[in-house]
Design a protein around this ligand. Structure first.
Ligand SMILES: [Zn+2]
Length: 314
Protein backbone atom coordinates (compact mmCIF):
# COMPACT_ATOMS: atom_id res chain seq x y z
CA UNK A 1 0.00 0.00 0.00
CA UNK A 2 1.24 3.51 -0.74
CA UNK A 3 1.48 6.32 1.79
CA UNK A 4 1.45 10.08 1.41
CA UNK A 5 4.44 12.26 2.27
CA UNK A 6 4.38 16.06 2.33
CA UNK A 7 7.41 18.32 2.83
CA UNK A 8 6.67 21.96 3.62
CA UNK A 9 9.57 24.23 2.79
CA UNK A 10 10.06 27.98 2.77
CA UNK A 11 9.65 28.28 -1.01
CA UNK A 12 7.81 25.13 -2.09
CA UNK A 13 5.63 22.31 -0.80
CA UNK A 14 6.39 18.87 -2.18
CA UNK A 15 3.84 16.06 -1.99
CA UNK A 16 4.29 12.43 -3.02
CA UNK A 17 2.81 8.95 -3.01
CA UNK A 18 5.54 6.64 -1.74
CA UNK A 19 5.65 2.84 -1.74
CA UNK A 20 6.89 0.50 1.01
CA UNK A 21 10.43 0.49 -0.33
CA UNK A 22 10.71 4.28 -0.23
CA UNK A 23 10.17 4.74 -3.95
CA UNK A 24 8.32 7.87 -5.04
CA UNK A 25 5.45 6.77 -7.30
CA UNK A 26 3.89 10.14 -7.96
CA UNK A 27 4.98 13.64 -7.06
CA UNK A 28 3.37 17.05 -6.99
CA UNK A 29 4.93 20.41 -6.19
CA UNK A 30 3.29 23.74 -5.36
CA UNK A 31 4.59 27.15 -4.28
CA UNK A 32 4.65 27.74 -0.52
CA UNK A 33 2.74 30.73 0.86
CA UNK A 34 5.29 30.74 3.68
CA UNK A 35 4.22 33.96 5.34
CA UNK A 36 0.51 33.10 5.55
CA UNK A 37 -0.05 30.22 8.02
CA UNK A 38 -3.80 29.86 7.33
CA UNK A 39 -3.33 29.61 3.58
CA UNK A 40 -0.44 27.22 4.08
CA UNK A 41 -2.73 24.75 5.89
CA UNK A 42 -5.32 25.09 3.10
CA UNK A 43 -2.70 24.49 0.41
CA UNK A 44 -1.25 21.45 2.21
CA UNK A 45 -4.73 19.98 2.66
CA UNK A 46 -5.46 20.62 -1.03
CA UNK A 47 -2.24 18.84 -2.01
CA UNK A 48 -3.15 15.83 0.16
CA UNK A 49 -6.64 15.76 -1.40
CA UNK A 50 -5.08 15.73 -4.88
CA UNK A 51 -2.85 12.77 -3.99
CA UNK A 52 -5.74 10.91 -2.35
CA UNK A 53 -7.74 11.30 -5.55
CA UNK A 54 -4.97 9.38 -7.32
CA UNK A 55 -4.80 6.75 -4.56
CA UNK A 56 -7.72 6.80 -2.06
CA UNK A 57 -6.48 3.86 0.06
CA UNK A 58 -3.20 4.84 1.77
CA UNK A 59 -1.30 3.42 4.75
CA UNK A 60 -0.77 6.86 6.29
CA UNK A 61 -0.25 10.57 5.70
CA UNK A 62 2.96 12.20 6.94
CA UNK A 63 3.75 15.90 6.89
CA UNK A 64 7.28 17.22 7.41
CA UNK A 65 7.85 20.88 8.29
CA UNK A 66 10.85 22.98 9.23
CA UNK A 67 10.28 23.78 12.88
CA UNK A 68 10.20 22.61 16.48
CA UNK A 69 7.45 20.03 16.86
CA UNK A 70 6.22 19.03 20.32
CA UNK A 71 6.62 15.56 21.84
CA UNK A 72 3.04 14.61 20.92
CA UNK A 73 3.86 15.34 17.24
CA UNK A 74 0.83 17.62 17.02
CA UNK A 75 1.88 21.25 17.50
CA UNK A 76 4.56 23.23 15.71
CA UNK A 77 6.03 25.19 18.60
CA UNK A 78 8.20 27.43 16.51
CA UNK A 79 8.94 27.69 12.80
CA UNK A 80 10.93 30.84 12.06
CA UNK A 81 10.70 30.54 8.27
CA UNK A 82 7.02 29.58 8.14
CA UNK A 83 5.62 32.13 10.56
CA UNK A 84 4.18 29.51 12.92
CA UNK A 85 4.06 29.94 16.67
CA UNK A 86 2.23 27.21 18.61
CA UNK A 87 0.42 26.12 15.49
CA UNK A 88 -1.78 23.01 16.07
CA UNK A 89 -0.78 21.77 12.63
CA UNK A 90 -1.72 18.13 13.06
CA UNK A 91 -5.27 18.95 14.16
CA UNK A 92 -5.73 21.63 11.48
CA UNK A 93 -4.65 19.42 8.61
CA UNK A 94 -6.46 16.34 9.97
CA UNK A 95 -9.62 18.42 10.33
CA UNK A 96 -9.40 19.65 6.75
CA UNK A 97 -8.57 16.27 5.20
CA UNK A 98 -10.81 14.14 7.44
CA UNK A 99 -8.04 11.59 8.15
CA UNK A 100 -5.25 11.00 10.65
CA UNK A 101 -2.08 12.91 9.84
CA UNK A 102 1.39 12.46 11.36
CA UNK A 103 3.69 15.49 11.52
CA UNK A 104 7.46 15.50 11.85
CA UNK A 105 10.38 17.87 11.76
CA UNK A 106 11.73 18.04 8.19
CA UNK A 107 15.34 17.19 9.07
CA UNK A 108 14.14 14.20 11.11
CA UNK A 109 12.03 13.02 8.17
CA UNK A 110 14.99 13.38 5.78
CA UNK A 111 17.28 11.52 8.19
CA UNK A 112 14.74 8.75 8.57
CA UNK A 113 14.58 8.34 4.78
CA UNK A 114 18.38 7.91 4.65
CA UNK A 115 18.28 5.44 7.53
CA UNK A 116 15.48 3.31 6.10
CA UNK A 117 16.20 3.37 2.40
CA UNK A 118 19.31 5.42 1.64
CA UNK A 119 22.92 6.03 2.59
CA UNK A 120 22.54 4.72 6.17
CA UNK A 121 20.33 1.68 5.49
CA UNK A 122 23.13 -0.73 6.44
CA UNK A 123 23.62 0.83 9.88
CA UNK A 124 21.82 0.76 13.24
CA UNK A 125 22.86 4.17 14.58
CA UNK A 126 23.39 7.28 12.48
CA UNK A 127 23.55 11.02 12.55
CA UNK A 128 22.63 13.17 9.60
CA UNK A 129 23.88 16.70 9.05
CA UNK A 130 22.16 18.72 6.34
CA UNK A 131 24.29 21.63 5.15
CA UNK A 132 21.85 24.02 3.51
CA UNK A 133 20.21 27.27 4.57
CA UNK A 134 21.06 26.16 8.10
CA UNK A 135 22.60 22.98 9.47
CA UNK A 136 19.80 20.48 10.01
CA UNK A 137 20.23 17.37 12.09
CA UNK A 138 18.68 13.97 12.67
CA UNK A 139 19.68 11.22 15.06
CA UNK A 140 18.76 7.55 14.79
CA UNK A 141 19.98 5.64 17.84
CA UNK A 142 19.57 1.85 18.07
CA UNK A 143 17.16 1.85 15.14
CA UNK A 144 14.88 4.54 16.52
CA UNK A 145 14.46 8.16 15.51
CA UNK A 146 15.54 10.15 18.55
CA UNK A 147 13.20 13.04 19.26
CA UNK A 148 14.15 13.93 22.81
CA UNK A 149 12.07 14.61 25.91
CA UNK A 150 10.22 17.59 24.46
CA UNK A 151 10.25 16.45 20.85
CA UNK A 152 12.86 18.91 19.67
CA UNK A 153 16.12 16.97 20.00
CA UNK A 154 18.54 16.40 17.16
CA UNK A 155 19.01 20.12 16.43
CA UNK A 156 22.63 19.43 15.60
CA UNK A 157 23.16 22.79 13.90
CA UNK A 158 23.15 24.49 17.29
CA UNK A 159 26.16 22.77 18.77
CA UNK A 160 28.69 25.47 19.74
CA UNK A 161 31.98 25.37 17.84
CA UNK A 162 33.36 28.85 18.49
CA UNK A 163 33.38 30.50 21.90
CA UNK A 164 31.81 33.95 21.62
CA UNK A 165 31.45 33.40 17.87
CA UNK A 166 28.96 34.64 15.29
CA UNK A 167 25.44 35.27 16.57
CA UNK A 168 22.99 32.56 15.51
CA UNK A 169 19.28 32.85 14.73
CA UNK A 170 18.63 30.74 17.84
CA UNK A 171 20.02 33.49 20.07
CA UNK A 172 23.32 31.84 20.99
CA UNK A 173 26.85 32.58 19.80
CA UNK A 174 29.11 30.36 17.70
CA UNK A 175 26.69 27.60 16.61
CA UNK A 176 28.07 25.32 13.86
CA UNK A 177 25.22 26.50 11.62
CA UNK A 178 26.97 29.88 11.44
CA UNK A 179 30.14 28.26 10.06
CA UNK A 180 29.24 25.16 8.07
CA UNK A 181 25.88 25.87 6.38
CA UNK A 182 25.58 26.84 2.72
CA UNK A 183 24.46 30.26 3.92
CA UNK A 184 27.58 30.69 6.07
CA UNK A 185 29.89 29.64 3.24
CA UNK A 186 28.24 32.06 0.84
CA UNK A 187 28.46 34.86 3.43
CA UNK A 188 32.24 34.35 3.67
CA UNK A 189 32.71 34.12 -0.10
CA UNK A 190 30.66 37.27 -0.69
CA UNK A 191 32.77 39.11 1.83
CA UNK A 192 35.95 37.98 0.01
CA UNK A 193 34.44 38.93 -3.36
CA UNK A 194 33.56 42.42 -2.18
CA UNK A 195 36.90 43.06 -0.45
CA UNK A 196 38.76 44.02 -3.65
CA UNK A 197 41.53 41.64 -2.58
CA UNK A 198 43.48 39.63 -5.16
CA UNK A 199 42.17 36.32 -3.80
CA UNK A 200 38.58 37.40 -4.56
CA UNK A 201 39.28 38.18 -8.25
CA UNK A 202 37.70 35.05 -9.72
CA UNK A 203 34.65 35.30 -7.42
CA UNK A 204 34.14 38.92 -8.48
CA UNK A 205 34.41 37.90 -12.12
CA UNK A 206 31.81 35.14 -11.71
CA UNK A 207 29.38 37.38 -9.86
CA UNK A 208 29.68 40.12 -12.50
CA UNK A 209 27.33 43.00 -11.77
CA UNK A 210 25.14 40.93 -9.46
CA UNK A 211 25.63 39.21 -6.13
CA UNK A 212 27.67 36.02 -5.83
CA UNK A 213 25.27 33.03 -5.89
CA UNK A 214 25.53 29.45 -4.67
CA UNK A 215 25.96 28.39 -8.28
CA UNK A 216 28.89 30.80 -8.73
CA UNK A 217 30.48 29.37 -5.60
CA UNK A 218 30.00 25.85 -6.99
CA UNK A 219 31.71 26.82 -10.25
CA UNK A 220 34.59 28.51 -8.44
CA UNK A 221 35.10 25.40 -6.32
CA UNK A 222 35.10 23.08 -9.35
CA UNK A 223 37.67 25.32 -11.07
CA UNK A 224 39.88 25.00 -8.02
CA UNK A 225 39.62 28.66 -6.97
CA UNK A 226 41.95 28.96 -3.99
CA UNK A 227 39.82 31.23 -1.80
CA UNK A 228 36.73 29.07 -2.34
CA UNK A 229 38.64 25.87 -1.58
CA UNK A 230 39.98 27.43 1.60
CA UNK A 231 36.52 28.45 2.79
CA UNK A 232 35.07 24.99 2.10
CA UNK A 233 38.00 23.57 4.07
CA UNK A 234 37.16 25.86 6.98
CA UNK A 235 33.46 24.97 6.88
CA UNK A 236 34.46 21.28 6.97
CA UNK A 237 36.82 21.85 9.87
CA UNK A 238 34.12 23.51 11.98
CA UNK A 239 31.67 20.76 11.13
CA UNK A 240 34.22 18.13 12.17
CA UNK A 241 34.63 19.94 15.47
CA UNK A 242 30.88 19.53 16.12
CA UNK A 243 31.02 15.91 14.97
CA UNK A 244 33.83 15.16 17.43
CA UNK A 245 31.59 16.32 20.29
CA UNK A 246 28.55 14.48 18.92
CA UNK A 247 30.52 11.22 18.76
CA UNK A 248 31.27 11.58 22.45
CA UNK A 249 27.52 11.72 23.16
CA UNK A 250 25.97 9.16 20.83
CA UNK A 251 28.72 7.13 19.15
CA UNK A 252 27.00 6.79 15.73
CA UNK A 253 28.24 4.21 13.22
CA UNK A 254 27.81 6.64 10.37
CA UNK A 255 27.42 10.34 9.62
CA UNK A 256 25.33 11.18 6.56
CA UNK A 257 26.10 14.54 4.96
CA UNK A 258 23.24 16.11 2.99
CA UNK A 259 21.95 19.49 1.83
CA UNK A 260 23.17 21.87 -0.88
CA UNK A 261 26.84 21.66 0.13
CA UNK A 262 26.82 17.88 -0.34
CA UNK A 263 26.56 18.59 -4.08
CA UNK A 264 30.33 19.19 -3.89
CA UNK A 265 30.60 15.41 -3.47
CA UNK A 266 34.09 14.21 -2.50
CA UNK A 267 35.07 17.88 -2.50
CA UNK A 268 33.25 18.31 0.81
CA UNK A 269 33.44 14.70 2.05
CA UNK A 270 37.25 14.52 1.94
CA UNK A 271 37.97 17.58 4.11
CA UNK A 272 35.24 16.58 6.60
CA UNK A 273 36.74 13.08 6.87
CA UNK A 274 40.26 14.46 7.30
CA UNK A 275 39.32 16.95 10.01
CA UNK A 276 37.04 14.46 11.73
CA UNK A 277 39.98 12.11 12.28
CA UNK A 278 41.74 14.93 14.13
CA UNK A 279 38.67 15.69 16.25
CA UNK A 280 37.77 12.16 17.25
CA UNK A 281 38.06 11.49 20.99
CA UNK A 282 40.44 8.62 21.80
CA UNK A 283 41.49 8.33 18.17
CA UNK A 284 43.31 5.11 17.39
CA UNK A 285 41.66 3.30 20.26
CA UNK A 286 38.10 3.02 18.95
CA UNK A 287 36.12 2.14 15.82
CA UNK A 288 35.65 5.20 13.62
CA UNK A 289 32.31 6.24 12.21
CA UNK A 290 31.89 6.19 8.44
CA UNK A 291 31.11 9.50 6.73
CA UNK A 292 28.96 9.25 3.59
CA UNK A 293 26.96 11.49 1.28
CA UNK A 294 23.15 11.45 1.41
CA UNK A 295 21.39 9.32 -1.24
CA UNK A 296 18.27 11.40 -1.66
CA UNK A 297 18.28 15.04 -2.65
CA UNK A 298 15.00 16.93 -2.56
CA UNK A 299 12.81 13.89 -2.01
CA UNK A 300 14.22 12.83 1.38
CA UNK A 301 11.58 14.75 3.35
CA UNK A 302 8.56 13.24 1.57
CA UNK A 303 10.04 9.71 1.64
CA UNK A 304 10.77 9.92 5.37
CA UNK A 305 7.43 11.52 6.26
CA UNK A 306 5.53 8.89 4.28
CA UNK A 307 7.39 6.04 5.99
CA UNK A 308 6.97 7.50 9.49
CA UNK A 309 3.22 7.81 8.83
CA UNK A 310 3.11 4.20 7.61
CA UNK A 311 4.87 3.02 10.77
CA UNK A 312 2.62 5.12 13.02
CA UNK A 313 -0.40 3.43 11.44
CA UNK A 314 0.91 -0.08 12.10
ZN1 LIG B 1 22.11 28.35 16.99
Amino acid sequence: MLSVGIDIGGTKILGALVDESGKVIQEKRIASPAQDPARLVDDVAGLIDDLLRVEPEVAGIGVAAAGFIDAERSTVLYAPNLNWRNEPLQQRISGRVGREVVIENDANAAGWAEFRFGAASKYGSMMMLTLGTGVGGAVVADGKLMRGGFGIGGELGHVTVVDGGIKCGCGRLGCVEQYSSGTALLRELRSIASSSSAEGARLRELAGEGELSGHHAYLAFQEGDKATRQEVERAAEYLARAMGSLVAVLDPEVFVIGGGLSELGQGILDPITRHFAAQLPAQGFRPEADIVLASFANEAGVIGAADLARQAGQ
